[in-house]
Write a protein that binds this ligand. Sequence first.
Ligand SMILES: [Zn+2]
Length: 173
Amino acid sequence: MGKEPDNLYTIPVKGLSVGKHQYGFLIDKKFFEDFENSQILGASLKVDVDLERSETWIRIVSAIQGTISVECDRCLDELVIPLKTEASLLVRFVKNEDEPEEDLETITLDPSEAILDLRQFFYDYICLSMPIQMVHEEGKCDPEMIARLENARGEKPVGENGSPFDRLKDLLN
Ligand SMILES: [Zn+2]
């Protein structure tokens, strides 16, 4: 398999031999600290990169898999969600005709660049694969926080007898 995972998220392209190469990266909480306004509070993601190098282009196919932690939209408590996505990229050094005819995101790299930094690329794909609505399963939200939020909004005031739902439960019993 590939090399040991590192935390640089870069691939040395200068001097990289023509052919196939594999890389592994680990993405954790620290990765997202460099991105302002990131919704992601924590992560445990593994990235497996298959790279193919030709004379004039590099094709990268990465599988990103694991979990991320975000704030629940409903109770604001931490919510861990699974994440699995594939991110592909074609890097060319010069505009040319012999690149693979695929519908891939393409960037052009100056041939003098020594490394290819994949940090932003990984970040974008992780953000794209996040669900639009991020909430705990029904009934799994932090009940104290829900009560506090409802109080703060002035909705469903909690009286001495507990919430309206508790009274409803009493009636049903
Ligand atoms: Zn929640």
